[in-house]
Design a protein around this ligand. Structure first.
Ligand code: AMP
Length: 479
């Protein structure tokens, strides 16, 4: 099952959490992962380290609440632990591929949990395999462990730095070694990672909403290129890799991926989304009676649209919270059928009304098309679709799962063609300029999914999957 092929996808959307010097660390990590469930729903794992330096782990496929129970967590003894929630793509949903990855190398045990995507993974893996490395998973994360094992450095911190110097791309990771927890973020700062203080100990999380849930006080973000090491000597920080200028923080974290109650890249996500909504209302006004959101990811943007336009905000679609995000399912069939499982229109709100429906993004367009049909069936007289980001025209190679170009509706259809495809009365996207104006430091954001201008080069000749994802499409203008 795990036979590697260069076509296998390793794309990762994930959440990581770590605790150092915290009583019953695994329970805290379990709580933290619960708050990060939106970042990955297919598998989850926790590895703890007890006072003797022994590692204990528990992993499973499914949601945090399904995988851990009291008995499982109580076996994960120790005051140090790391955990991971994972989203996987077709073919790679296996227990072996569930992080944290745990290994024993010459200098002892290690466990690694990684959020991001390494763009030179295939090349590195090929070289390592040719030199005799045996891989246990299809994850790019495992490459870091092999590179660490090859390093002659004496400490896990130094071995990790040596490994990190050989990879390119996005990583926000936490590493567990006996008596030590390390947090490290790539020099571009693609994915978030923050530090909190909990009692006498520390926690590290993908998003601050996880710090809130465990009752930790937010200290700060791990800076791009910074390595933070927690051990008996306390919290030590170093900058082994110089931060890039400008940074390439993922703008999609602000648009869609992070929770609105988190502070990500130094900003409250809700605040950024409100500004997006304001700007969208200015750029794309609509003659309508009310505004609704595609819940939950678009709630803050739709509220912003309502505030700016003066159109009243209504709850016209109700989301069933007991199903996962529609997009975070590996198969197209699952995605399609789950739109109906996930959303139900409120007839009393929509009937006879001219409705502005706000979504954060359109990727394939399949969700929006089905939603529009549901709303029409519930009696909406007019549907004006407004999107809080520009058309997604290019796949992401830095940790957001996006399909290949030919599946991106924004890459193959013009806005008017998308309007017709969605069967809406009007369609309006936020401009890239408008989106960037909603950020305090617009220069420090990656926007490759809207422009195709990739800040860390992807080499399609070394990577068949990348080649497939980037395969040319007939651009809308030429149609
Ligand atoms: P689509 O049917 O592909 O156009 O799906 C668009 C919907 O998926 C939007 O409502 C977004 O909220 C959500 N979405 C956008 N990007 C992602 C992503 N990378 N992962 C999961 N969901 C996403």
């Amino acid at each position: 099952m795990n036979g590697w092929s260069p076509d296998k996808t390793w794309r990762e959307e994930c959440g990581v959490f770590a605790a150092y010097g915290v009583p019953r660390a695994a329970e805290i990590v379990g709580l933290g992962l619960h708050a990060l469930q939106h970042r990955g729903q297919e598998s989850t794992g926790i590895v703890s380290c007890d006072p003797l330096g022994e590692f204990h782990s528990h992993k499973g496929l499914g949601l945090v609440s399904d995988v851990y129970d009291e008995a499982a967590l109580s076996r994960l003894t120790g005051t140090l632990a790391i955990g991971h929630n994972r989203y996987s793509t077709t073919g790679s949903l296996t227990l072996e591929n569930t992080q944290p990855l745990r290994v024993v190398y010459r200098a002892g045990a290690l466990a690694l949990a990684h959020n991001g995507n390494l763009v030179n993974a295939r090349e590195l893996r090929r070289n390592l395999e040719e030199a005799g490395s045996i891989f246990q998973t299809t994850l790019d994360t495992e490459i870091l462990l092999h590179l660490m094992a090859l390093s002659s450095a004496s400490s896990p911190d130094a071995a990790l730095v040596e490994a990190a110097r050989q990879v390119r791309g996005a990583w926000s990771l936490v590493l567990l070694a006996p008596g030590r927890v390390i947090a490290f973020r790539d020099p571009h700062g693609f994915r978030p990672l923050c530090i909190g203080r909990l009692g006498e100990g520390w926690v590290v999380a993908s998003e601050t909403c996880a710090l809130d849930l465990v009752g930790a006080a937010e200290l700060r973000a791990v800076a791009p290129g910074e390595l933070v090491s927690f051990g008996a000597d306390g919290m030590k920080t170093s900058r082994p890799i110089e931060a890039e200028t400008p940074l390439r923080q993922c703008i999609f974290e602000h648009i869609y991926f992070s929770r609105p109650d988190s502070r990500v890249f130094g900003e409250g996500v809700d605040r950024v989304r409100r500004r997006i909504g304001h700007r969208l209302a200015q750029e794309q006004p609509a003659e309508a009676d009310l505004v609704i959101a595609v819940p939950d990811s678009s709630n803050s943007i739709a509220l912003g649209y309502s505030e700016e336009s003066g159109l009243r905000y209504e709850l016209g679609l109700i989301r069933n919270h007991y199903v996962g995000r529609t997009f975070i399912q590996p198969h197209q069939a699952g995605r399609d059928s789950s739109v109906r499982i996930k959303f139900n229109p409120v007839r009393e709100v929509l009937e006879g009304q001219r409705v502005v429906v706000v979504d954060d993004s359109i990727v394939r367009g399949t969700t929006s098309k089905k939603l529009v049909r549901l709303m029409r069936r519930a009696g909406a007289k007019e549907v004006h679709f407004r999107v809080g980001s520009p058309p997604v025209t290019h796949p992401c190679f830095y940790g957001i799962d996006t399909p290949s170009r030919r599946e991106l509706v924004g890459a193959v259809k013009s806005v008017e063609q998308i309007r017709a495809y969605l069967e809406v009365d009007s369609l309006g996207y936020l401009s890239l300029e408008g989106l960037l104006a909603c950020e305090r430091e617009p220069a420090h954001f990656c926007r490759a999914c809207f422009t195709g201008s990739y800040p860390v080069a992807v080499d399609p000749t070394a990577d068949k999957l990348a080649m497939e994802k980037l395969r040319a499409v007939t651009p809308p203008a030429a149609r």
